[in-house]
Design a binder for this molecule. Structure first.
Ligand SMILES: [Zn+2]
Length: 255
């Protein structure tokens, strides 16, 4: 279904652009209201004030909502979270912060919440809590940080498979928490290696959910544990439907 894939790229690209344009529009309005063309110094000052304001909003949001969100997630996912992660409200001038709004760092069990305007804070947190849960579960079963996050990550034969599973789980957490029943694009693909060639980093987000959904629907925590222990290797990524079937068969045997 290459057509689905192509339209998927367009939708994703436009959502990236809209995230960036939200920032740009706000900045333009602020600058427009100034009498004369701003100097670089004034431009930087305005941006810094926006960052500060948004960081404070994010901080307040987390303080007021994190405990309830964790409880809600435990209920809908039928899991027990491993406490509350650490948070940092920091600014990163990068494309990834404009797209995702946050980042989970495994070594410090920390969610970096970026001051990105116009994004759904609950959705962002629900997604990052999925990363937090998988990482802590992996530590609990003696598997260490998950997925591995260091300079050697991309030398690991399974890094692509781990990233695919990891983002799939996080998206599953967000969808369940927000009761979002919409289907994602890109689900019909078979060969992830081929798809990745054209889609790059976005492919993990587009495809991951569809690889893991039936496993988590049926096995929940046990399913996550299994996927963490058995991420697809490079060869298995040539046929992710077959990989999923193998996981379901494997889990059926254990349970
Ligand atoms: Zn993620």
């Amino acid at each position: 279904m290459s057509n689905l894939g192509k339209s998927g790229k367009i939708i994703l690209a436009s959502s990236v652009l809209s995230a960036i344009s939200i920032i740009a529009v706000k900045l333009t309005i602020d600058l427009f209201s100034m009498a004369s063309k701003p100097t670089l110094e004034e431009f930087v000052k305005i941006r810094l004030e926006q960052i500060e304001e948004e960081s404070l909003t994010n901080m307040t949001y987390v303080r007021d909502n994190i405990e309830n969100l964790i409880k809600e997630q435990e209920r809908v996912m039928n899991i027990k979270h491993f406490g509350i992660p650490y948070f940092r409200f920091t600014y990163r001038d990068s494309l990834i912060s404009a797209i995702s709004g946050a980042l989970y760092e495994q070594n410090g069990d920390t969610i970096y919440f970026f001051p990105t305007q116009g994004m759904d804070k609950k959705k962002i947190l629900a997604h990052e809590l999925g990363h937090f849960y998988s990482d802590k579960l992996s530590e609990e079963i003696g598997n260490g940080n998950w997925p591995l996050n260091n300079k050697k990550t991309q030398e690991d034969d399974k890094w692509k498979g781990k990233k695919l599973i990891s983002e799939g789980i996080a998206i599953y957490f967000a969808k369940k928490t927000l009761k979002d029943t919409t289907e994602d694009i890109g689900r019909e693909i078979v060969n992830f290696n081929d798809y990745y060639e054209g889609g790059g980093i976005f492919s993990f987000y587009e495809v991951g959910y569809h690889v893991i959904r039936s496993v988590l629907d049926k096995y929940g925590k046990k399913g996550i544990e299994y996927l963490i222990k058995n991420p697809p290797n490079k060869k298995q990524l040539d046929n992710i439907k077959e990989y999923r079937e193998k996981c379901l068969r494997g889990l059926e045997k254990i349970n």
